[in-house]
Design a protein around this ligand. Structure first.
Ligand code: FO1
Length: 322
């Protein structure tokens, strides 16, 4: 499938990531690529204000993962965190359904302070991730506010209200990314679309984590026209999402049961390569028929070794030296 326009350009790998699954592959890529050869762009549609503080869950999940500070059980939040502030907030009458730990709150206090001083979310994220020991650039999809709103059987609600407070129970009837029309890709994101040698869609929820990024004007067409290999790593394995509501959302938005093939159809025309798990081998030819170059391999990342191995396989697939 690769034609001459697929020759890799100078420049690093641009990885697009959302929640926990995306952070796993982002970690793997950070272990095989130097900081100047990887840019991780993260969904901020899940951002929410709690207690007046700006919380960026997907940015924090990627940052904590690359810093080796992520809670290994949940994938989000600060490993070994305590919840004393949250407990006292509860006794003082505040809602406490969103599990913000004490170390995590320090990050949200600091980020909110820096944003209030006039820094952009890009600038704040770069400085705070650096201070946590992360050298690879972690970049928000935009410095403008974009809010994922779930239109559900129980009315419309912000993403965290749906995902955490309501435990993804209400039926999702529609999705909105409020503010996206006026949003611009963050400067480093826009630059990396221009000079990336390959673009990797980490195994994140296509509808909730990747589509907000692609909905920012100019990003989807920039990526499609980039002329470099674009790799989808399927977040659906054997018809299941490893985490989160991706599988159920497929029924609503893709009118079909979740599958690696359904993921490939969702991105058809945008990407050139597709990575799917060995359990989905049977649909390889159908995915190839969509025009993808396909790699079938182990994609379930349950250890750091798995994350590194998958990152290596993805880079090798598109000729990025690791
Ligand atoms: N997810 C939950 O299921 N329950 C929580 O209490 C929760 C708290 C939380 C705090 C900080 C943070 O950065 C993430 C948190 N998440 C929690 C995960 C978060 O809702 C999702 O990871 C993303 O928004 C979507 O992937």
């Amino acid at each position: 499938m690769a034609d001459s326009s697929q020759d890799t350009k100078p420049g690093g790998v641009l990885a697009l990531a959302g929640g926990v699954g995306g952070a796993k592959l982002a970690l793997g890529l950070s272990r095989v690529l130097a900081p100047e050869d990887l840019t991780v762009v993260v969904n901020t549609g899940d951002d929410e204000i709690f207690y007046g503080l700006h919380v960026s869950p997907d940015i924090d999940t990627v940052t904590y993962s690359l810093a080796g500070l992520a809670n290994p059980e949940t994938g989000w939040g600060f490993a070994g965190d305590t919840f004393n502030a949250l407990e006292t907030l509860g006794t003082l009458g505040a809602d406490t359904w969103f599990g913000l730990g004490d170390h995590d709150l320090a990050l949200h206090i600091r980020r909110s302070d820096m944003l209030r001083s006039g820094m952009t979310l890009s600038e704040v994220t770069l400085e705070l991730s650096n201070r946590m020991g992360v050298r690879h650039p972690i970049v928000p999809m935009s410095d403008q506010r974009v809010s994922t709103v779930i239109e559900s059987s129980d009315g419309e609600m912000p993403f965290q209200e749906y995902f955490v407070h309501r435990r993804s129970e209400p039926d999702v009837l529609g999705l909105r990314f409020d503010g996206v029309k006026l949003a611009k890709p963050a400067p480093v994101f826009a630059a990396s679309i221009q000079n990336a040698s390959a673009i990797v869609f980490c195994p994140s929820n296509p509808f909730l984590s990747v589509d907000p990024i692609l909905a920012i004007p100019g990003t989807k067409v920039g990526i499609a026209d980039s002329g470099v290999p674009r790799v989808i790593v399927s977040p659906i394995i054997g018809g299941q999402a490893i985490k989160g509501p991706a599988a159920r959302i497929f029924e609503t938005f893709a009118n079909k049961p979740p599958s690696a093939l359904a993921v490939a159809q969702h991105y058809a025309g945008l990407a050139t390569h597709f990575v799917m798990d060995t359990v989905d081998e049977a649909s390889r030819s159908e995915v190839e028929a969509l025009g993808y170059t396909v790699l079938v391999t182990e994609t379930l990342m349950t250890s750091e070794e798995h994350k590194i191995a998958l990152a290596k396989a993805v880079c090798e697939m598109v000729g990025v030296p690791v």
